[in-house]
Write a protein that binds this ligand. Structure first.
Ligand SMILES: Nc1ncnc2c1ncn2[C@@H]1O[C@H](COP(=O)(O)OP(=O)(O)OP(=O)(O)O)[C@@H](O)[C@H]1O
Ligand SMILES: [Mg+2]
Length: 215
């Protein structure tokens, strides 16, 4: 089982959107996924309430209950636990990073978002967790995205797959769906599938390196 934490203290960066859509991308590959919602605002849980399908499973947890929730997920043979965290720096955020095998830091290509990244990266580095950045809500092209990518690449690995600003993400969320379900042939579905494939490869490579002590 792999534990993936979506984290950044910047509100609205796309943690919940990525958590849900990555979970559904993993399900498409026949994996069993549990989303743990650590956000007191519970926007993943809100999405789950609107959803008809029973999977991916979702549970709302307080940070003190996180280790137990993870142990139960392990016992129940989930392949992935995806943790959605609050958009503020809270003890629960640190607990979610500590629990992670792999962290995903969503970031919009704006100066304010970029400035908010270093404290999250500092916590991740202190806890020695592998992490990648994913640019989110980006324009389809342009200088702004390239500059943001250059800035983030000084701090760590940046996903080559970007999540573009598309209405499909909002409409799918409102319908209790992931974009892969909402518009299977759409551009959002295609980029989420690509992103998930890239994340899995990266995560497995890091895990292999850690297990064999290569770095
Ligand atoms: N790629 C996208 N295109 C268009 N809208 C998006 C995209 N990603 C996210 N959004 C919208 O932006 C808003 C914020 O996204 P989301 O809730 O995923 O961020 P968050 O990091 O979880 O926020 P918080 O810190 O408040 O939990 C939501 O309304 C969401 O629907
Ligand atoms: Mg959220």
């Amino acid at each position: 089982m792999r534990i993936i934490t979506l984290v950044t203290q910047k509100g609205g960066a796309g943690k919940t959107t990525l958590a849900i859509n990555c979970a559904i991308a993993a399900e498409r590959k026949k994996k069993r996924v549990l989303i743990l919602d650590l956000d007191p605002q519970a926007s993943s849980e809100g999405w789950y309430q609107d959803r008809e399908a029973e999977t991916p499973r979702l549970a709302k947890v307080d940070s003190w209950a996180l280790p137990e929730a993870i142990a139960k997920a392990q016992a129940a043979n989930f392949d992935y636990v995806v943790i959605d965290t609050p958009g503020r720096d809270e003890p629960s955020t640190t607990a979610a990073i500590r629990a992670a095998d792999f962290c995903i830091i969503p970031c919009r290509p704006t100066p304010v978002d970029l400035k908010a990244v270093p404290p999250t990266v500092a916590t991740i580095n202190r806890l020695k967790k592998p992490a990648v950045f994913v640019l989110t809500q980006t324009p389809a092209r342009g200088e702004r995205v390239r500059e943001a990518e250059a800035g983030l690449s000084m701090l760590g690995i940046v996903s080559p797959v970007r999540i573009i600003a598309r209405a499909a993400y909002q409409d799918a969320h409102g319908a209790g769906l992931g974009v892969i379900e909402y518009e299977p042939e759409g551009k959002a579905a295609a980029e989420v599938k690509q992103l998930w494939d890239w994340i899995v490869k990266k995560m497995e490579k890091v895990a292999y390196e850690q297990e064999t002590n290569i770095s």
